[in-house]
Design a protein around this ligand. Sequence first.
Ligand code: ADP
Ligand code: MG
Length: 169
Amino acid sequence: MNEVTLELDGPEATRAVGLALGRTLPAGACVALEGDLGAGKTTLVRGLAEGLGIDPDEVSSPTYVLMQAHEGGRLPLYHHDAWMDGRGKALLADGGAELLRAADGVAVVEWASRVAAFLPTPRLTCALEHVSLESRRIRLAVEAAQGGPEGLVSGLQGAVEAACSALRP
Ligand code: ADP
Ligand code: MG
């Protein structure tokens, strides 16, 4: 499945989507997270960490830290924050964009639209938006370029399917 929009009826649903992604995402996956303050980005990353077998309480909002690595799970989680100053952008332009895809683990990028030019393909975009105080909506989309590595694309599609199944009653 390439793209789906899901209604998230409370924080537990956001966590469930993250959990399903963490259980299924393949090594080399880049997850681009979009959404305003309070949209649920960190809630999703905590679920994703848990799905990988990492203590979700280790995950914090990484603002002002470029990247936090969490090891000890099925795969390492590299949690990036793209709400960065000029110094961070210079690092990305200077070869650091390679860090946004880690061959051995899962890279998650909060505020991904701020570094759109540096994001790798294929990738999984997760765009969260407010519906009301008590609910959110998420669009999951596999963004692939022509001729990209097929195995990674189908791995990302499988994770989208797992996220859909996780919300089914
Ligand atoms: P962000 O990292 O995008 O700023 P957070 O993950 O910190 O957002 O979440 C902000 C608040 O929204 C938290 O109180 C969280 O429990 C809540 N929240 C997360 N997902 C949902 C949802 N689907 N419905 C309602 N509230 C949610
Ligand atoms: Mg946050």
